[in-house]
Structures are given as C-alpha cells and as structure tokens.
Design a protein around this ligand. Structure first.
Ligand code: PFF
Length: 450
C-alpha cells in the first residue's frame, strides 16, 4: 500500500498551498474583468459578501470533512455516510468531483500553456528572434500542444514529489513571488497616463446594479471557482492538515487572501486597460462592453506593453510570469484530487499514479485543443457553471446532514478548543444545513434561467 499519508509541515505551508490553489487565473483575469462588466465596485461589494456568506461556509464544509476523514475525496465522502445509501452517494459525489477537477485541469492546462508561450515572447525580443515571437503569440494547434504539454509536465513534477516536498515547497516559494510581481506591476501601471480613469471605474460603485440577478449569479460562480470549491481540492488539502490547527481560522485566512488578491489584481488589470486606451488602443467591443475575453490578455495588454518601449518587454515578462505562477499553484491542487484517490485506493506508487493520471488528463487537453471550437467553451460551462455549484451543494449536505453533529464538533474543536462558544459554532452548522444549499440552488437555477 501507499504507506503513511503526507501532511503539511506547518500552518504557513497549508495557507500557502490552499491560497495557492485559490489564487489563480480566476483571480487575476476572471475577477477584474467580471467586475468591469458588472458595474465596477458594485460587483466587488456583492462578491465579498457572497465570498464570506456562501463560499467560506462551503470551504469549511470541505476542510472539516477532509481533516475528519484524512483521506481522498471518494473515501472521505463514503466514510462519512451512515447508511449504505449515503455511503454510495458519497462515493458517487467523490467520483463526480474527481472527473470535474480533471476536466477543469484539462482546460486550465491549455490556458496556462498560452501564458507560458506569451512569457516566451518578450525573450524573443531581447534575443532579436521576431519569427519565433510571432509563432509564440499566434494561435496554432502545435503551439498549444507543446506549451500545454510543457505545463502539464511541470504540474506532474510537483505533484509527483508529494505533499511537503512538492505542493507545500513550491506553493511557499511561488506565492510570495506572485504577490511581489503583482505589487510591482501595480506600482508601474498606476504611474502611467490614463490609469486613474480605470481606477475610478473599478472603485466607484454603481449601486443601482447591486440587486441585478446577473451580477449576483456571476459573483457566486466567481466566488466558488476562485475558492476552488466543489471538486474536492480543499477537502484533500484539509486532509493533510494537522489536528492541532484551527480550521475556522485557517479557512478565514484563505478566504481573505483569495479576496485580497482578486481585489489587488483589479487594481492592475482595469487601470492597465485604460492606459491602453490612452495609448490609442480599442478597449471596448462592438456592443460597447469592455473587452474581457482572451483578447484582453493576449492582444490589448501585449499591445500596451509594446507601446511602453524598452520597459514594456520587462513588464510583459513580469505579467506573464505572474499569470503562469498563478496557474501552476492552482493546477497542482486539481491534479492532487485524482492522484490522492488512485494512490490510496490502489496502492500504486505516487510518482507512477501522477504520470499516469497527468498523461490521461493531457490527452483530454489535446482532444480539446484539436476540437477547440466545439469543446473548449462546452467543457468550461459543464464544469464551472453546472457542476461546481451542484457539487458544492452536495458537500454542504454531507457536512450538515450526513456527518454526525458530535463528530463535526469534535473535528472543529480539535485545534480550536473553545469553538463551541464562538459565533462560528452558533451560526455555521445551521447555515451549512439550510442557508448554503438553498442559496446556492436558487442562484444556480437563476443562472440556468438566464
Ligand atoms: N481557484 C482557481 C482560480 O481562481 O483560478 C481555479 C480552480 C483551482 C478551480 C482548483 C477549481 C480547483 F479545483
């Protein structure tokens, strides 16, 4: 069998890894652009409220089940079950989570490959190799297969090295670099002409939009994706956490870091877009909406970097390094979901399981690359729009209804002995039973109707 399970060596190691999973392309690309297309600061406000009222309780459900069961998502959910039905249902939900985590990883790998290819482009400028630069920034199946494959190998190398030597070590190294690069870029962009206009759009709320159903649905989807919820990532990371740590406190820190970095990324992206406008670039599409999709990251911003002269080359390197790092620390958490299950259920050695599963997921990425128009958007909708909220509801139900209340309390008490008298324990158990599932389902139905 697989021997002793790995564990994070410290509180900081866990926070870096869980925040690394949460902070990804969703924060740096998704959050700012959703904010811009949903009434600026009104979206930020609703997002923060939902992150703490809905996503944080769901994150706690995952962390508590994970640390209680100390196993992969399938074994954890089935062991929580108290009847044959709930045990089978738990295993089913676990397998569904694994499939969705793997599918998210398959499209994330493609996007991350684009980031690495664009990271290479400024180096071709420094080396005076313009043809190579054009190849790196022009869409092609070959480019996507090579860079997607390269990114998949990086993810596999880290996961193959285990919890402490892989996930924790690399998250702890990369997260401070990510924050440093983000702050450096903000300082530079905010000094450029046009930035203040973007800052105003980002920070001044259009309060009339706060109750807009589309804004609320978008904010919930974004909060779930951003905190990596529903697919078992946080459950598995929770399972590697020592019993001495306080789960409610660590969960709150991870939520705060995730929200903080999303907000900070907005201070970079939105002003940068307005600097681009000041430099003569088009930043609105035909419908009058701010450009938000791939053309924002791969056309508008690179053109902005070009217009900055020599400094632009280095700004481009910093920006795409930031994006690539954000992608790696998230992708490793996705790969850990199936790998931990295979290692624990079959006893196949970690490295072998990692390469096997990593290869299968890359084959899915390759299929999407080759059938891009038919599959890319479909897989994103299937996973993030339809599956993540439903899985989130199931995890809340397992924490709130299936796991016995005494066991729940014992788990939260471990590392936080006085929790019984805290506001958290007064609110959370009821919250996770009723409020979370109902609110998630209502928002989900709204999103289907919309
Ligand atoms: N939280 C990541 C982001 O914001 O980009 C995406 C993500 C990671 C989603 C891990 C799901 C997951 F399991």
């Amino acid at each position: 069998m697989s021997g002793a399970r790995g564990q994070f060596s410290s509180k900081t190691g866990f926070v870096m890894a869980a925040a690394g999973s949460a902070v990804g392309l969703g924060n740096i690309w998704g959050f700012p652009t959703q904010t811009a297309s949903n009434g600026g600061a009104a979206f930020v406000l609703v997002y923060f409220v939902l992150a703490f009222l809905l996503a944080y309780p769901a994150l706690m459900a995952e962390l508590i089940i994970g640390r209680h069961a100390k196993s992969n998502v399938v074994s954890a959910l089935s062991s929580v079950g108290n009847s044959t039905f709930t045990r089978r249902l738990g295993a089913g939900v676990g397998y569904y989570g694994i499939i969705i985590a793997s599918l998210i990883l398959s499209f994330y790998t493609i996007v991350a490959g684009w980031m690495i290819a664009h990271l290479g482009q400024p180096f071709t400028v420094l080396l005076d190799m313009p043809e190579a630069g054009t190849w790196l920034t022009t869409n092609s199946t070959t480019r996507d297969l090579i860079f997607g494959g390269g990114f998949a190998c990086i993810t596999m190398l880290i996961i193959g090295s285990g919890i402490e030597n892989g996930i924790e070590k690399w998250s702890t190294r990369l997260m401070p670099v990510l924050i440093g690069l983000l702050l450096l870029l903000i300082c530079y962009v905010l000094t450029q002409p046009g930035a203040m206009e973007g800052l105003k759009i980002y920070l001044l709320p259009d309060m009339s939009r706060v109750s807009d159903p589309k804004l609320i649905v978008d904010a919930m989807g974004q909060a779930f994706f951003s905190l990596s919820l529903g697919v078992g990532t946080m459950l598995v990371y929770g399972s590697y956490l020592s019993k001495e740590e306080s789960l409610p406190r660590l969960g709150a820190i991870v939520t705060l870091v995730d929200c903080g970095i999303a907000f900070t990324a907005g201070l970079l992206i939105i002003p940068a877009v307005y600097v681009a406008q000041h430099n003569g670039l088009t930043i609105f599409d035909e419908a009058g909406e701010l450009i938000a999709g791939p053309s924002l990251i791969f056309q508008v911003l690179p053109s902005l970097f070009d217009s900055m002269g020599a400094a632009g080359t280095y700004v481009a390197i910093a920006f795409f390094a930031l994006m690539s790092i954000a992608a790696v620390t998230s992708s490793i958490s996705m790969l850990e979901v199936p790998v931990s299950m295979v290692v624990e259920k079959t006893g196949i050695e970690r490295k072998k399981s990692t390469y096997l599963i990593g290869f299968v997921i890359f084959l899915i990425s390759a299929t999407i690359i080759v059938n891009f128009d038919a599959l890319f958007g479909f897989v994103i909708d299937l996973t993030t729009k339809y599956s993540e909220p439903l899985l989130g509801v199931m995890l809340c139900i397992f924490a709130g209804w299936v796991l016995h209340r005494d066991k729940l309390l014992a788990e939260v008490k471990s590392g936080h002995p006085d929790i019984e008298h805290s506001l958290f324990w007064k609110i959370w158990p009821t919250y996770v039973r009723f409020v979370c599932p109902v609110l998630i389902l209502v928002t989900f139905t709204q999103s289907l109707a919309g």
